[in-house]
Design a binder for this molecule. Structure first.
Ligand SMILES: Cc1ncc(COP(=O)(O)O)c(C=O)c1O
Length: 492
C-alpha cells in the first residue's frame, strides 16, 4: 500500500479530480435541466437522491488514485486483499509481490502462454474519463431490452456503435447484415456450428480448421459432443476428399489473421457443402493491415482483442443470412438469454470513446496521429504492437537455433499506408534436431510458451503471447535474449 507522492502522479490526481468535479457538475446540471416526463414533477425528496453518481465516482477514484503499487500492480474498487491492519493491498502483476508490489521474484517464469490482451490498460487509464461507465442500481434490471414494441437481447445503442466502429475502421461490411451478441466470441463458436448444421440430417456436420488453428474450436466441439457436429481436425486433410465434401456438411473455421501465425488466412475447402465461419478476432489495425472490409457469410468479432476488455466477455457475429442469424440468436437465447446488460453498457461507452477520439481529431494517416496518439486507440495500439514485434524480431534475427514466422508489410486502408507487421503472437520453431519439444526448451529458459500441439501443429513450435502487460513483455524479452544467446542444448 503506497500513497501516491510523485509530482507527475500528483498532477494526474489533480487533473482527474478536477475532471471528476466538472463531470459531476455537468451531470447534476443535466439532471436538473431534464424536463420531467409525462408532466410529472419531481418532488424535493426525489432530487435529494441525485448525488449518488458523485459518491460512487468519488469512491472509485479514491481507490484508484490512492495506490500506485510501485507501477507493478493495481487496486480496484472490489480488491479484497488486505494487509495486517486491514488496509487494502495491491493486486500485483505477475512476478511481483509485496503489499505495494515492489518486490520482483527473480525465479518467476515469464508467462507468455495466454492471449490476455491487457497491453491496452495504459490507453484506458489515459482515457479514463471518456470511457467511464456509470451504472445506476436500477439500470436495465429486466431480462430484455424494449426496442420500440419489440423485445430484444441487444441494446440498440450498442448495435449502433458496433456498426459505427466497423464503419470507422473499414474492416467489415455491416450494412444489411444481422448482429448477434455472445458472452465472448467463444459462445458464438458453437452457436455458429449449431446454426450451420443441417436440421435432422442423417449425418453430423464435420467441423475443421486448417492447422495451426485456435484450439478452442476443437475443444468446444469435443466438449459439447452434440449429435449435430463432430470435430474432424485439420481442414487440409480433407481437401482431396471430394466425396466426403459432397456428401456431408463441412464447417470450416478460419481465423484471419491466424492465431498463432498472424497471417490473413482464407478457407482451404471449397464445395457446395462447405460453410466457412471467419473468426476476425484480430482483424483490427493493431494487429494487421486492413486491406478491405471483410464480407463473409458468418464473421466473429470480440471486444477482447479490440479494446482489451476480455473480462467483460462480449463477442458479436455479423451474419448475412436471416435464417442463420435467427438460429444463432435462438442458441444464445436458450443458452444464456443474451449478454449481461452491464457489459453491453460498458462496451457501448468504450466503443463511443474510441469513435469520438477519432471524430474529434480526424487523423488520416499513421503519422497524423502522433501528437494525439494517447486518445487514438488504433494508433496507440499499433505503435505498441509494432514495437514489440520489432523487439522480438531483433532477438531472433541471426539465430540458427530458433526461427520466427515471417510476416510481410501489408496495405492498411485505415492508416492509408503500408504498415509493418504487428501480430499478437510470435510463432517460434526450435530448429535443432535434438530440441523436438520446443515448449520444454522455453521452460528451461524461464518462459511459459504454448505448445504447438495445442494448435494441432508440431511440438517443435511454440506460441508466445505479445499482448500482455508491459511488465510481462519486458521479462519475456529479457528471458528470450538470454535463451537465444545460450549455447546449452535441451534434449527431450
Ligand atoms: C481467434 C480467437 N477467437 C476467439 C477468442 C476468444 O474471444 P472471447 O474473449 O471473445 O471469447 C480468442 C482468444 O484468444 C481468439 O484468439
Amino acid at each position: 500500500m503506497v500513497p501516491r507522492s510523485h509530482p507527475a502522479i500528483f498532477s494526474q490526481k489533480f487533473s482527474l479530480t478536477s475532471a471528476l468535479l466538472v463531470f459531476s457538475l455537468v451531470l447534476n446540471g443535466l439532471l436538473l435541466l431534464r424536463p420531467p416526463k409525462h408532466g410529472q414533477l419531481l418532488s424535493d425528496d426525489n432530487w435529494k437522491g441525485m448525488g449518488w453518481t458523485r459518491k460512487a465516482a468519488e469512491e472509485a477514484e479514491a481507490v484508484s488514485l490512492q495506490y500506485q503499487c510501485s507501477g507493478h500492480g493495481y487496486v480496484f474498487v472490489d480488491t479484497f486483499i488486505t494487509d495486517d491492519n486491514g488496509s487494502l493491498a495491491c493486486e500485483c502483476n505477475a512476478c511481483y509481490t509485496g503489499l505495494d508490489c515492489s518486490q520482483f521474484l527473480p525465479d518467476c517464469l515469464a508467462n507468455a502462454n495466454e492471449g490476455d490482451p491487457i497491453f491496452l490498460e495504459p490507453f484506458w487509464i489515459a482515457n479514463a474519463e471518456a470511457a467511464a461507465t456509470v451504472v445506476p442500481a436500477w439500470y436495465r434490471m429486466s431480462y430484455d431490452v424494449k426496442d420500440g414494441l419489440e423485445i430484444s437481447l441487444i441494446s440498440p445503442e450498442l448495435e449502433k456503435q458496433i456498426r459505427a466502429i466497423h464503419e470507422l475502421v473499414g474492416n467489415a461490411v455491416t450494412q444489411g447484415r444481422y448482429i448477434v451478441l455472445g458472452t465472448g466470441s467463444l459462445q458464438l463458436i458453437n452457436a455458429a456450428v449449431y446454426s450451420l448444421s443441417p436440421f435432422h440430417a442423417p449425418n453430423s456436420s464435420q467441423v475443421v480448421s486448417a492447422s495451426p488453428y485456435y484450439g478452442a474450436f476443437r475443444d468446444q466441439i469435443e466438449m459439447f459432443d452434440s449429435v449435430e457436429s463432430v470435430w474432424k481436425g485439420d481442414a487440409r486433410a480433407w481437401i482431396k476428399q471430394t466425396e466426403s465434401l459432397n456428401s456431408s456438411t463441412f464447417i470450416e473455421f478460419v481465423t484471419s489473421p491466424n492465431n498463432p501465425k498472424g497471417i490473413l488466412d482464407e478457407s482451404v475447402l471449397t464445395g457446395n457443402n462447405v460453410r466457412a465461419v471467419y473468426d476476425h478476432a484480430y482483424y483490427w489495425p493493431h494487429y494487421t493491415g486492413i486491406p478491405r472490409p471483410a464480407d463473409e457469410d458468418v464473421m466473429l468479432f470480440t471486444l477482447s482483442k479490440l479494446t482489451g476488455h476480455a473480462g467483460s466477455r462480449l463477442g458479436w457475429a455479423i451474419v448475412k443470412d436471416y435464417d442463420v442469424y435467427k438460429r444463432m440468436y435462438m442458441y444464445v437465447r436458450v443458452n444464456t438469454f443474451g449478454v449481461s446488460h452491464d457489459t453491453q453498457l460498458r462496451a457501448t461507452r468504450l466503443l463511443k470513446a474510441i469513435i469520438n477520439g477519432y471524430r474529434q481529431r480526424q487523423p488520416k494517416r499513421l503519422e497524423d496521429g502522433q501528437t494525439n496518439e494517447k486518445h487514438l486507440l488504433f494508433h496507440y495500439a499499433y505503435r505498441v504492437m509494432r514495437s514489440r514485434w520489432q523487439r522480438v524480431e531483433r532477438i531472433f534475427s541471426g539465430s540458427d537455433r530458433f526461427s520466427l514466422q515471417s510476416l510481410e508489410p501489408g496495405n492498411c486502408t485505415f492508416f492509408r499506408r503500408v504498415t509493418g507487421p504487428s501480430p499478437a503472437y510470435a510463432w517460434v520453431k526450435c530448429e535443432r534436431e535434438e530440441e523436438r519439444e520446443c515448449a520444454g526448451v522455453f521452460e528451461k529458459g524461464g518462459i511459459i510458451a504454448r505448445n504447438g500441439k495445442a494448435f494441432e501443429a508440431d511440438r517443435r513450435y511454440v506460441r508466445l503471447s505479445l499482448i500482455k502487460r508491459e511488465d510481462n513483455f519486458e521479462l519475456l524479452e529479457r528471458r528470450l535474449r538470454a535463451l537465444v544467446s545460450s549455447s546449452a542444448i535441451v534434449t527431450y
